[in-house]
Design a protein around this ligand. Structure first.
Ligand code: SIN
Length: 304
């Protein structure tokens, strides 16, 4: 379902809010914009929604500053963009809010992890291993460390456009497999956060096949759609050829000229477009606390 369809039945407010959308300081190539003055706890007008949608298609990462919103308000705003996807690691849901995945290194009184503490350690697009990967994710800061904890975003339209013509031709028509399980056991062996998956969880994350280059349904631009975390192989190539080509694309797609580094401010909510960017959690010193709430919006099946 597109965002326009998701929002179709929503009762919008007749009142616009007074806010600005401007490039984030230090943004390269139009990646990243901050939204200042908008209060997401107040009802949104259709015009305001459409302004945000255009900015999302253009800048791919929207940083909503100073959002004092509740989990229910985050869920309500997220639903304007499409149905919400429930993460397979149910134990990290925020109690009472199954749509919210806690991304956190905190533990409860029994010492059990409260959230997915090692989320985003490899470059990825959220839920690309689903038949319908994510349109976008919204991450709302609850507790931030005094140092570290940044999130990096890499523009996959710009990465595609910078490829040599011969490589663009080679990629046209290629399909790749995306698997949640590709690095799961390796991450689990290094981390206290990842539980052993049950058979039901494994069945829920069967691999999916998507075009290596897809066309964004909103802005019509092509983008690379492979990632180190989830893309396991390119169909129709030998194992060696597939590995070599994927390594080349992984290295190309996250070069510094395509990257915006988000340094979190209190109450930021960041809404990124999983069809246009890859992202990476840069890491938090283990003695510092970090907690964010993530909602994940379902998108359409990618098309070339
Ligand atoms: C994620 O990959 O969704 C989490 C990113 C982060 O914690 O910075």
């Amino acid at each position: 379902m597109s965002a326009v369809l998701a929002a179709r039945d929503h009762v919008f407010s007749p009142r616009r809010q007074d806010f600005v959308i401007r490039p984030v300081p230090g943004a390269a190539g139009g990646l990243g914009a901050e939204v200042v003055g908008l209060d997401l706890s107040r009802p949104l007008s259709r015009d305001d929604f459409e302004r945000l949608q255009s900015a999302h298609w253009e800048h791919h990462v929207l940083v909503f500053r100073d959002q004092r919103i509740t989990p229910s308000e985050q869920v309500a705003f997220s639903r304007l963009w499409g149905p919400l996807q429930i993460h397979v690691l149910r134990q990290f849901q925020l109690p009472g809010h199954p749509e919210i995945l806690q991304v956190s290194n905190l533990r409860d009184e029994q010492g059990q992890p409260l959230g997915l503490g090692d989320a985003g350690q490899l470059w990825h697009s959220d839920l690309s291993y689903k038949e319908k990967p994510s349109l976008g994710s919204l991450l709302h800061a609850q507790e931030l460390p005094e140092e570290g904890g940044d999130t990096l975003f890499a523009d996959q339209h710009a990465a595609y456009e910078a490829l040599p013509g011969t490589l663009k031709q080679r990629l046209a028509g290629l399909q790749a497999e995306h698997s949640y399980l590709l690095h799961y056991e390796a991450l689990r062996s290094k981390s206290p956060w990842r539980p052993a998956l049950t058979q039901a969880q494994i069945a829920e994350v069967r691999p999916a096949v998507h075009p290596v280059v897809h066309t964004h349904p909103g802005n019509g631009r092509k983008a690379l759609f492979v990632s180190e975390h989830f893309t396991s192989r390119i169909l129709g190539l030998s194992e060696g050829e597939s590995r070599t080509l994927l390594q080349q694309l992984f290295a190309h797609s996250v070069q510094p000229q395509f990257v915006y580094r988000h340094q979190w401010q209190p109450h930021d909510m960041v809404f990124w477009d999983n069809r246009a960017v890859l992202h990476l959690a840069a890491g938090t010193p283990s003695h510092l606390r970090r907690k964010l709430y993530r909602t994940t919006v379902e998108g359409a099946r990618p098309v070339a």
